[in-house]
Design a protein around this ligand. Sequence first.
Ligand SMILES: Nc1ncnc2c1ncn2[C@@H]1O[C@H](COP(=O)(O)OP(=O)(O)OP(=O)(O)O)[C@@H](O)[C@H]1O
Ligand SMILES: [Zn+2]
Length: 466
Amino acid sequence: MSVQIYNTLTRKKEPLETVQPGKVNMYVCGPTVYNYIHIGNARVFVFFDVVRRYLQYKGYDVKYVQNFTDVDDKLIRTANEEGTTVPEVAERYIRAYFEDMDALGVRRADVHPRATEHIPDMIEAIRELIDKGWAYERDGDVYYRALKKDDYGKLSHQAIADLKAGARIEVNERKEHPLDFALWKKAKPGEIKWDSPWGEGRPGWHIECSVMSRKYLGETLDIHAGGKDLCFPHHENEIAQSEALTGKPFARYWMHNEFINMGGEKMSKSLGNIVTVYDLRKRYPARVIRYFLISAHYRNPIQFSEEVIDQLKNGLERIDNAWFNLRHRMTAATEGSADPAVKEQLNTLTAQFEAAMDDDMNTANALSVLFEAVKLVNETVAQPVVTLGTLEALKEWMTTFGGEILGLIELEGEDTLDREIEALIEERQKARKRRDFARADAIRDQLAAMGILLEDTPQGVRWRRK
Ligand SMILES: Nc1ncnc2c1ncn2[C@@H]1O[C@H](COP(=O)(O)OP(=O)(O)OP(=O)(O)O)[C@@H](O)[C@H]1O
Ligand SMILES: [Zn+2]
């Protein structure tokens, strides 16, 4: 089955047909790095990480680009307030972003371009837009003529008439029309700035993504994504600029995720109702946060709730226990190939998982399928006789769907803590063998303090988290 994606541009689910067969070029708008990222921002990065992983599973060669907006009004304000510089602020929060995302299991993009490292390309694009009549300079600022392009508004589906009448549109004497937007902003005294044909200043936010996406992914992207607040004006303006420059469609599929809400409103830095990933990680295992962020379909809002996260902790423990029991059972399995009945059940689960994800990346349904697999694992390992082949088939399924795609299972080599625990258990076994019970008890206490319970089973000692 082919992947179906809801395309904001057409307001329909459409089969994914990429520019080059077998290849997906994907651009996700990254964070403006003036603060720690909040759990709402994290929804974007975690969800599209799953999309990327799933498309790779489907055999696509995915090129994934996510930018850093490392210069804008908010960075300038933060640097001024702190008495530091824009690059210092950016560097700090880019590092924090990677720490948070590494913890949440978000894989690095193929390229993480920074706006400030592409200023000459942006100046070049702006110059071309002026030359072709799409943009004009006014007293050191450069603006794009929004209404020159007939289909301006095609992504956000807002009638241009509405926009023209819109009281929220800022009125600026220097613009020909209130909807025109800045490509280049003249520097105010003391602001970070670059030289340009229009004087010292810095690029606008929208041109940044148009230029960097084209540089790394070409003129027509397969998927362009971000939170739904980016649809207008950011993405609408990216389309206008890019299509004016290239004369080609800018992106085939536009995907926008719904918000994480807090107290009925969008969680947002400007409203101040945020919970940072950094703080939440102190209270919850990172994988529970990841689980929370993909627990609903991406086009449904999620209400932030620690009670819900607490409940999900139990769900994650079920996955962890099944995963542990499965691997532990392998140490005492009977030689032999996989039970055809189990294999058939796994094939059904694969088909169900794919059906969920093919249907506009329904992670909520995919998670239900993962829990069906957990049930199957638990039933199988409880059997008195199980073949190694059966256990391996189960392990492979869990690895692919729970680990590689959803990122909820810690795959081998990823969890250093597990290895540490296992080493302690082995040491305790050796201590018992040489009848050093004081040492063995001390290790048991140490493990208990780490929240690890030991149980003696016919297959040896096993452990689980409290
Ligand atoms: N509450 C939210 N739920 C889901 N996605 C969000 C939420 N808030 C922001 N995003 C998304 O996070 C991504 C990062 O954007 P950015 O760093 O510019 O944050 P932002 O929009 O400035 O955040 P804020 O609105 O809190 O100031 C964008 O794709 C944006 O759409
Ligand atoms: Zn962008």
